[in-house]
Design a protein around this ligand. Structure first.
Ligand SMILES: [Zn+2]
Length: 535
């Protein structure tokens, strides 16, 4: 009997936390950051207290109370006694690993809390992306996926109680096991990247190792890792052989992106396993159709060609396929694509594993927009990027005097650069991302509209507020291809894989699966939060 317990990703998009137990053997399928529940209580200036370690996320229901699973350095003495009466409290003696589907934080973020001894199984690209994101960002204590700073208790003289847990500045890297490449085949540059930042070598720094080498007290799992297409490189689905047959976990996927062939191969291979269960995402299960990346290219090209001034393109920079789409548009329209240093760092990182990714040093049409920083000591990664690509750096004044020569890859949070650029009449803001999902994002959209009005910039593909909510004007649709398959595609994936049971996750409308596939074709089981399904 195999037990699947769902601690997150139920009736919500993201926050997947699934525990698979096959007798003594236990695996987690993703361990994501639960944005929806987090936003219920917190915002930018009201956050879980890092100094309180595990207490806040456990007590606020952001993290399941599974004693034995989390880092000891984050647990105050007596912490667990407070949770013994909580409904889903359990003591877990061992967990053999977490299978990470991709580097979006709603799948990976809470790996930050896991015990150091729990290895992360994933693709080499995902491992590298988690590191690049963390190196170049400011990961809070609840999002430190690739490495973390262990905390120690401080008892400053004269204080009546423990005032804080203070972070050591020395980072501890997690053990990553990669499924798609033998680590000894990595180039010296790739190895160097993985160990970069760990000035104090072992045991702080941990080499990548191959999945095949992991064997937990003779209880190793037979695993299959299937690369799939999603809006971030390195995404994969998983197959796990259990005593009840194969269990397949889709992660996030689509059939309409540039790498649709990967998802196709996954479907065939997964069907060949004749799986007992398929745990499947359903983000867009209620959507009838997709916009393809090719349409984004065509519509984006029209929008950019119509502009006589600056073009700002707003899309997720981790969506490297979208970045390449806009690079192509830049080439077609005689402009340069200006990306931010952290995007350049990500591109350079992915190129270590995927040589087809363009080399910024060799492409005149790719430049790096160095934003204004007040910091006297920028991160070492930033200094290195600016030195390495010195001839590719542009500043606000360079863009200001030649606005029709650039496509600037900015998002909402980069708009404060505009006073230095002063966009001219005829400038365009191409919005190539998803519509607002919550009130906070709606407020940001109102601000975005105000910025564009202030600088007289025309928005294209931008959601506008109407009595039916926020919608993109009909004539401006088709500028964003979702990372997730639409309903008909998801049903096709499920029909072709033909599992014994289908378990929808990562969806606000899992009922669509019951309606379309339930009964005759397959058993659709809807788990409850914290609930267990036995197969
Ligand atoms: Zn995702």
């Amino acid at each position: 009997m195999v037990e699947l317990t769902f601690y997150g990703g139920i009736n919500e998009i993201g926050g997947n936390k699934i525990l698979l137990e096959d007798g003594e053997r236990k695996l987690l399928l993703d361990f994501g950051f639960p944005y929806k529940r987090h936003k219920l209580f917190y915002e930018e200036y009201l956050k879980p207290r890092s100094g309180a370690g595990l207490l806040d996320p456990l007590l606020m229901g952001l993290l399941p109370p599974l004693e034995g699973l989390y880092r000891d350095d984050m647990a105050e003495p007596g912490l667990w006694e407070q949770f013994h009466d909580t409904p889903v409290y359990r003591k877990l003696d061992r967990v053999d690993g977490v299978l990470l589907s991709h580097a979006h934080l709603d799948h990976s973020g809470h790996i930050a809390f896991l015990k150091d001894s729990v290895p992360v199984y994933t693709t080499a690209t995902t491992a590298f992306v988690t590191k690049a994101m963390q190196d170049s960002g400011r990961a809070d204590f609840d999002q430190q996926v690739c490495y973390f700073s262990p905390t120690t208790r401080d008892y400053p003289a004269g204080w009546k109680q423990i005032a804080c847990l203070s972070s050591n500045t020395v980072n501890q890297q997690r053990q990553f096991c990669v499924a798609d490449i033998a680590p000894d085949e990595l180039s010296p540059e790739a190895r160097q990247f993985w160990s970069w930042g760990f000035w104090e070598k072992r045991p702080r720094q941990k080499e990548l190792i191959s999945c095949a080498l992991i064997d937990h007290q003779g209880c190793s799992f037979n695993l299959r890792c299937f690369p799939v297409d999603h809006s971030i490189p390195g995404a994969c689905a998983w197959g796990i052989e259990t005593g009840s047959g194969w269990v397949v976990y889709s992660g996030d996927l689509r059939l309409h992106g540039k790498r649709a062939g990967l998802t196709e191969s996954f479907i065939e291979a997964a069907a060949g396993l004749r799986p007992r269960a398929l745990i499947m995402e359903g983000t867009n299960v209620s959507r009838e159709a997709n916009v393809s990346e090719q349409e984004v290219y065509e519509n984006g090209l029209k929008a950019v060609a119509s502009s006589k001034g600056l073009v700002i393109a707003d899309f997720s920079p981790r969506d490297v396929d979208r970045l390449l789409t806009f690079w192509q548009i830049a080439l077609e329209t005689g402009r340069k694509l200006a990306i931010l240093p952290k995007d350049a760092y990500l591109l350079k990182t992915i190129r270590l594993l995927e040589p087809a990714i363009p080399d910024i040093a060799r492409e005149d049409s790719l430049v790096i927009y160095q934003d204004t920083t007040a910091s006297r000591s920028p991160g070492v990664w930033l200094r290195d990027i600016c030195q390495e690509y010195d001839s590719r750096i542009v500043l606000a004044q360079d863009v200001r005097v030649a606005q029709d020569r650039f496509i600037l890859c900015f998002s909402f949070f980069d708009l404060n650069e505009l006073p230095g650029i002063r966009p001219r009449a005829g400038s365009v803001y191409v919005y190539s991302s998803s519509e607002p999902h919550d009130e906070e994002q709606e407020i940001d959209f109102r601000r975005l509209h105000a910025w564009l009005e202030h600088f007289n910039i025309r928005g294209v593909g931008l959601p506008v507020e109407s009595k039916d909510g926020w919608q993109i004007p009909e004539s401006e649709k088709g500028l964003h291809a979702s990372g997730h398959a639409c309903g008909p595609d998801l049903f096709e994936v499920a029909r072709r894989i033909k599992p014994g049971v289908l378990i929808p996750v990562h969806s606000e409308q899992p009922g669509f699966y019951v309606e379309h596939l339930g009964g005759v074709e397959t058993d659709v089981l809807l788990p409850a939060v914290g609930g267990t399904i036995r197969i």
